[in-house]
Design a protein around this ligand. Structure first.
Ligand code: SF4
Length: 452
């Protein structure tokens, strides 16, 4: 039954990384400017948008299953498919009666291609990610009631790690102009955000493509020079791009979170060289040591890929042993997933999936231990945190995230601003604590450096 065209409804689904999340939020905001109401619970959407991921075979499978399920569930809706899978396999939208599949170049120009699409036809618009040589800005909407948001400032990657499909799906590295980042950050600060997570596909390459070229640390310094109370968290930064200047900035400035998420992948030199990663295990050891000697309370998270072709027991043990010594606080562990079109898809010898699964389990168990040990170090300490959600209407509690990435469940009056939270108990979820102060910019500087 076609509803009178008063309120067009859009349903938005997203899979994958922080960049995909930020893009989906931006595309949802664009849909609203076009008269759609974005309603994730709608039973009768006019448009269904799926921002897909295909970084692993598992992620690709999830994206395909979601698209097929939504096409079946909402046969009369226009299915719009964007994201990395749409770029790699544009036929993915074929299961729908009417669909619009946008490649990476087109997604960056979402509004234009949506306007150009006549509702009842199915189309694939895809110029090819390699043609993306300028930054396509989807915008970064200010969502009311949120204290924390992602700001995508970079896209694509020009590195060529042998296992990675991302450069094929997203094209070369490109950056949002510096002035646009400063403007956007100021807008988000004025909108009351207390934390901005700077994100990108290869964030550490920020600014190299700009004229004049600048660096991520230049951008951070510029952001810190701007008036405002918002603090900044860096999403993943490649090991070789976590410079001493970035470590110094985080050590000496309360508006940079003491949190480093490092896609290390392996700590075995032979595996790293076959991955074409531009560093070795000695570099990682030195990096974690430099961070923790300058910022002992810093949280280091490591991405680790196990089961890369040729990874034998000894290489795995090299990685496991280095992690144990690294001072890392948590791990994100993934099994190698051969991706079509990448060199590593043809590498051998393959690691048996049962062996890879055992190694994943072993490192995830280690990660739980590292996390517990890290959280326990801050029992009784007071840290600065930001709300990740509104208080639960029943319990009055919410999860607040400290600058060094500890989740603390607290009873809170509201979700605005930054909190001083005292950690009282470590739980499997993270920790329990209490709010000792609702802070604003002025008091934050004093409190932060001397956890009581
Ligand atoms: S740096 Fe390597 S792993 Fe990261 S997106 Fe680029 S190619 Fe992929």
């Amino acid at each position: 039954m076609q509803r009178p065209n008063l309120t067009k409804i859009a349903l938005v689904r997203v899979l994958g990384c922080k960049v995909n999340q930020a893009e989906a939020a931006a595309m949802a905001a664009i849909l609203e400017t076009k008269g759609f109401t974005v309603d994730s619970e709608s039973k009768e959407p006019d448009l269904v948008l799926v921002n897909t991921c295909c970084v692993t075979a598992k992620a690709e499978g999830k994206s395909r299953r979601l698209i097929n399920r939504l096409a079946l569930e909402y046969p009369s809706a226009l299915l719009v498919v964007t994201g990395c899978l749409a770029e790699i396999n544009p036929e993915v939208g074929n299961s729908a009666h009417k669909s619009l599949v946008m490649g990476t170049f087109e997604k960056d120009r979402f509004a234009t291609f949506l306007d150009a699409h006549s509702e009842d036809e199915s189309r694939i618009v895809r110029k090819g990610a390699s043609s993306c040589n300028t930054y396509g800005d989807l915008g970064s909407p200010a969502i009311p009631g949120r204290s924390r948001t992602f700001l995508k400032v970079q896209d694509g990657c020009s590195q060529r790690c042998t296992y990675c499909i991302v450069p094929i799906a997203r094209g070369p590295s490109r950056s949002m102009p510096r002035s646009a980042v400063l403007e956007r950050a100021a807008e988000l600060d004025r909108s009351g955000y207390s934390e901005i997570v700077l994100t990108g596909i290869h964030l550490g390459c920020y600014g190299r493509d700009l004229d004049p070229s600048i660096t991520l640390e230049d951008l951070l310094e510029d952001l810190l020079c701007e008036p405002g109370r918002t603090r900044y968290r860096l999403s993943s930064v490649e090991p070789q791009e976590i410079t001493q200047r970035i470590i110094d900035l985080a050590a000496n400035n309360s508006r940079i979170c003491r949190h480093f998420h490092v896609p290390m992948q392996s700590a075995d030199d032979s595996v790293l060289s076959r991955m074409a990663r531009p560093y070795d295990s000695a570099f990682i050891r030195d990096l974690t040591r430099r961070i923790l000697s300058e910022i002992p309370e810093a949280c280091i998270g490591l991405d680790v890929m196990v089961g890369f072709p040729g990874e034998d027991d000894r290489s795995f043990e090299n990685t496991r042993a280095m992690i144990e010594q690294s001072g890392a606080a948590y791990l994100h562990v993934f099994p190698f997933s051969p991706r079509p079109g990448t060199p590593a898809a043809k590498f051998g010898p393959r690691v048996a999936s049962a062996v890879a699964a055992r190694r994943v389990e072993e490192l995830r168990t280690l990660s739980a231990k590292l996390r517990q040990t890290f959280h326990e170090r801050f029992l009784g300490a007071t840290l600065t945190a930001v709300a990740e959600s509104e208080p639960d209407p029943v319990t009055g509690t919410l999860i607040a995230r400290t600058d060094n990435y500890i989740p603390v469940r607290v009873v809170a009056r509201h979700a605005e601003g930054l909190f001083q939270v005292k950690l009282q108990e470590i739980t499997s979820e993270g920790s329990l604590g209490s709010v000792s102060a609702y802070t604003n910019a002025q008091s934050k500087k004093q409190n932060r450096r001397n956890p009581s």
